[in-house]
Design a protein around this ligand. Structure first.
Ligand code: PMP
Length: 361
């Protein structure tokens, strides 16, 4: 048997093997219909059953309260960088943005196109390591329409270990950490996530929003990005990304079979601990994030001798360990170890890294 391949891409990322096998099996003959689920009307009862079931499963997995809407939208994570201010930032108000890395910065840049935005916290390093400015030092506005932050920075590998307490609606870009650990949804005004890490194919965005925040979109908001239009049309104002929605539903089912978010959180902790412990105990490699804020989903690391980067990437690929190159803005390496990555994949990576260090150290 050939060696298993493990894909560490940050997104689009690997999906559970079982989900891919089901999708393959059903690809041309879904539900005994003689055609694919992607070829049927989104308004047919058969498709609506798929769509509603996916929403029910997500609600169950995340324990989403009834006063929150779940929307399946177009435009991925960046679509929400615009949708959030268009829907939630009135023209005479200000929004607070917390900067912790490249994605929160991009969210801020997009929001600045639409209104008054306050940088309540800048990106921050502690003793040269990536970190989060202590909450007490945040300069939050008195009258903010909302506070936006990114609980897990995919590029920088920085993850919050707490939910900020604020009396304003808290908006979270959970693109790279949704469903990876238990969270109390009621602490948020709105959660959004591009699907291509822990949910399904890219293009789809999931929005979980407290219903009382909906209905105040600016007049010029494109209808497909208007939360009230999407809520009133059950996310089918136009043709939704039906195949991505179906695959998301398969992933939710898979996650329930794994024991739900609590069980996957435990596995994610074990995977991250294995990799960080190895890095910390091996002088050949280095992670540059304060321990407390290290991401359990995206593990950036550097080789002490960066001249070996190309060899590391070539050799790892030859071993079936794919996509370990760090984001072009920060260099180095990055292992994304989302829900679908099994512990064996992380173990294979650690074994390879040990071997590579032995050979080149
Ligand atoms: N936010 C975060 C945290 C991300 O990691 C990404 C994509 N990697 C985005 C937003 C942008 O998502 P998309 O490419 O779907 O627009």
């Amino acid at each position: 048997m050939s060696k298993p391949v493990y894909n560490f891409c940050a997104g689009p990322a690997m999906l559970p093997k079982e989900v891919m096998a089901t999708a393959q099996q059903e690809f041309v003959n879904w539900n005994q219909q003689g055609c694919s689920v992607m070829e049927i009307s989104h308004r047919s009862q058969d498709y609506l059953d798929v769509a509603y079931q996916a929403e029910r499963d997500l609600r169950e997995l995340m324990n989403i309260p009834d006063d929150y809407a779940v929307l399946f939208m177009h435009g991925g994570g960046r679509g929400q960088f615009a949708s959030v201010p268009l829907n939630l930032l009135p023209e005479n108000r200000v929004a607070d943005y917390i900067l912790t890395g490249s994605w929160s910065k991009s969210a801020l840049t997009e929001a600045q196109r639409f209104g008054d935005v306050n940088i309540a916290a800048e990106t921050y390093k502690k003793d040269g390591l990536g970190s989060v400015l202590p909450f007490e030092q945040w300069q939050l506005s008195k009258n903010a329409a909302y506070v936006h932050y990114c609980p897990n920075e995919t590029v920088d590998g920085i993850e919050f270990d707490y939910i900020p307490e604020t009396d304003k609606p808290l908006i979270a870009d959970m693109s790279s950490c949704i469903l990876s650990k238990e969270i109390d949804v009621s602490k948020f005004g709105l959660i959004y996530a591009g699907a291509q890490k822990n949910i399904g194919p890219s293009g789809l965005a999931i929005v979980i929003v407290r219903k009382d925040l909906i209905g105040k979109a600016r007049a010029q908001t494109p209808s497909i990005f208007d939360y009230s239009v999407q809520l009133n049309s059950e996310s089918m104002f136009n043709t939704p990304p039906t195949y991505a929605w179906y695959l998301a539903g398969l992933v939710f089912k898979w996650l329930k079979q794994q024991g739900g978010v609590k069980a996957i959180e435990q596995r994610n902790k074990e995977k991250a601990a294995l990799l960080y412990q190895f890095i910390d105990n091996n002088a050949f490699y280095q992670n540059r994030v304060e321990t407390r804020y290290r991401s359990k989903m995206n593990v950036p690391f550097y080789l002490k001798d960066e001249n070996l980067n190309t060899a590391f990437l070539q050799d790892s690929k030859a071993q079936g360990l794919l996509a370990l190159k760090g984001h072009r803005s920060v260099g180095g390496m990055r292992a994304s170890i989302y829900n679908a990555m099994p512990l064996e994949g992380v173990q294979a990576l650690v074994d390879f890294m040990q071997d590579f260090a032995n050979k080149n150290g």
